[in-house]
Design a protein around this ligand. Structure first.
Ligand code: MBD
Ligand code: FE
Length: 287
């Protein structure tokens, strides 16, 4: 089989399981109350956007039927979380960011998992004995917006391996690989030993990837490290870190890269190991 082996089926099904379990509700729970004026405004605008696309482009019945088949395929493969997080989440994140302070964040994406290894700084993420890739240290400190170091801070971290695969969403890496929740020291400091991740392409054998390629768009995300930085009494920061010189920076299929989030890791002198230091500022608020 090729490297896209069961890519859509496995990534889609597992991300859908997570979303069903509410694991993608990390950034807020609804009140359960639907305000008719709000539903009408938002759903009405979304529908009118699609109707305008039909009118303006003189969409045919053949194309309308292809659209139906595509929507059914997104459901069948479990790719709704993937599709939504790639093509829409960044706009929701930008709205949220307008009322947030502290370090710049970005989207969560579909591949966070609950219940990963609980580690204490200095920590090495779970990895295979022969885990490929450049050894990398990510270190820093978590503080309040006034600079106070935050006791009880944690850094939940997950990223792909050196081939662009996420554990839990591809068959190659073992469960829990390159994922962990690191408890910081009493001054909010952390030091995490891992491997530098590789650029990532969304599964090309599923409807999200096929639509992307049918449009002639790049299916790639620049290499990135996902983070949830938390501390008691503070809003959890959802972020990602990218790498200087990555060929896909500025052309992220998920539109989630930001200049403030770019790392430039430097050699430590220990073999080919590199290190980046990055501090995080959390605003007071609900955990
Ligand atoms: C990813 O790895 C990711 O981070 C996002 C946001 C969407 C698809 C795949
Ligand atoms: Fe990702």
């Amino acid at each position: 089989m090729t490297t896209t082996e069961a890519g859509a089926a496995l990534a889609g099904a597992n991300a859908t399981d997570s979303a069903r379990a509410g694991l993608s509700n990390l950034r807020g729970q609804g009140t359960g109350q639907a305000d008719p004026a709000r539903v009408s405004a938002v759903v009405g605008a979304a529908l009118e956007g699609i109707r305008a696309a039909i009118r303006d482009n003189k969409v045919t019945y053949e194309e309308f039927d292809a659209f139906k088949q595509w929507l059914i395929a997104v459901s069948d493969t479990g790719e709704w979380p993937l599709f939504l997080d790639v093509y829409l989440e960044f706009e929701v994140e930008k709205v949220a960011a307008q009322t947030q302070q502290g370090s710049v964040g970005t989207i969560l994406g579909p591949f966070w998992l609950d219940g990963q290894a609980q580690l204490t700084t200095p920590a090495t993420l779970p990895m295979r004995d022969d885990e490929p890739g450049t050894p990398m240290i990510l270190a820093g400190q978590v503080t309040d917006t006034d600079g106070t170091p935050l006791r009880g801070a944690t850094v939940d971290i997950w990223h792909t391996d050196d081939e662009g695969w996420y554990s839990g969403f591809a068959s190659k890496p073992p469960a829990g690989n390159l994922r962990g929740v690191v408890a910081c020291d009493d001054e909010g400091r952390f030091e995490i030993h891992t491997r530098k991740p590789a650029p990532y392409t969304i599964p090309l054998d599923g409807p999200t990837g096929q639509m992307t390629q049918a449009a002639g768009w790049s299916p790639w995300r620049p290499a990135h490290i996902h983070l949830l930085v938390a501390a008691p009494g503070h809003r959890t920061l959802t972020s990602q870190l990218f790498f200087t010189g990555d060929p896909y920076l500025g052309n992220d299929v998920a539109s989630a890269d930001k200049p403030e989030l770019t790392l430039d890791p430097q050699p430590t002198g220990n073999g080919d190991e590199v290190r980046s230091d990055r501090d995080f500022v959390l605003e007071p608020g609900q955990d």
